[in-house]
Design a protein around this ligand. Sequence first.
Ligand code: UN1
Length: 507
Amino acid sequence: SNQTVKDAAQKETAVKRYLNFINGEWVESESGKYTQNTNPVNGEVLGEVVASTKADVDKAVQAAKEAQKKWRLVPAPERADLLYKVADLLKERKEDLAQVLTTEMGKVIAEARGEVQEAIDMAFYMAGEGRRMFGDTVPSELRNKFAMSVRVPVGIAGLITPWNFPIAIASWKSLPALVTGNAVVWKPASETPFLAGEFVKIYEEAGLPKGLLNLVYGSGSEVGNAIVEHPDIDIVSFTGSNEVGKQINGRAGELLKRTSLEMGGKNAVTVLEDADIDLAVDGIIWSAFGTSGQRCTACSRIIVHESVKAELEQKLLKRMETLKVGDGLDESVDVGPVINRASLERIHEYVKIGKDEGAKLLKGGEILTENGLDKGNFYAPTLFTDVKSDMRIAQEEIFGPVVSIIPVESLEEAIEVNNSVEFGLSSSIFTGDINRAFQAMRDLDTGIVYINAGTTGAEIHLPFGGTKGTGNGHRDSGVASLDVYTEWKSVYVDYSGKIQRAQIDNY
Ligand code: UN1
């Protein structure tokens, strides 16, 4: 009937809307307001999400507090069952999730699938931790006394996650937090709200007890601040910009609150004179232009021995010719859009700064508007050469498809240049000499080092994080992530039947 047609049409045009998830229910925000989610390929409005407030955070924390009281008593192997279910569901829905990811964030579909795979891997891996989560048993100084240390949950974890790896990074944080017995309040980036909602739906479907993981959306600083400042949130885990990380660290420091911070990178690939240049080119192309350079681990500096610089430049230019820029849903596209207009303009500004500083622009350096790209946020893959290490384009994180060649004369100089930035996330060296590879591995001051591979592609069962301005000593993923969400409790059991005085009676 006509009615049915009309209903169907209405359904078709209904706005897709995501709500907060608090205490096991999908609920409106106190604000009654919404923010729009757009597709970076064409600016199309995909739908909207609630604009949450401090009051929403308060409710979420209250729910988390109740839920955590019970969850901490559930045996860790049983907690892990939830994670196995999450893993299975992620696996089942891998393609759907990848589509949502590409549509709201822009990374090419092959990389989106790869990112969902990271979350799947993390879920299985952390589920396994439910049966490990090792503590230590150590000998006591005293007779008939037993000593051990065990991990206990911190309490409530506040997670603030970025848009560039919206499900992988959310999985690096939420899964270890939950398996170790914490409850979670999560604020995802406002640029990638739908994938966050979908991830929470998976937790829900897996049988997540109510209140254990709460989702609050928010685009300004109100929600983030509320999470950082809430007295019942015990640890704040953040991945994002240095600017915001420093603010969080400052405020959390005053409150004596634990933080785990993962921030910028200024990662370099070093190419020595004895390197396989074709291999290095492959590594650089993938690391510099994959995800349109919007990875914390992206290669944005190439430190090359003078004797192979010309060959490297030539081969890079040739490969860059073949890169197809466009809609990431098209399987043949190599480089998608950047996240938004502001980002596009910031990248372009850096290119201008580079030119003004005297760097030589070899390729790219422009906002792309032709061939239907004008509605999206597309930047041409860009290569600078003859860059000096102290130029701003060689020091500051650009977070776009821009890479700079810095010539050097020796391995020692390469290492010095690599280490002369405020960040310390990832580095890579291409060389055929195993001795120099090991020397570099020792001396490159970053949390991640690659030998004969680009700067990206970290695997979830190894610690992820960096030195210096990149972080504050904690690690996401890998077994090290358990340290973020647990306290050590040292336990002594004296079965001697008398009060023995440590440090005294045995000496
Ligand atoms: C990030 O850019 O914040 O190592 C994460 C990589 C990915 C994760 C990047 N596995 O490039």
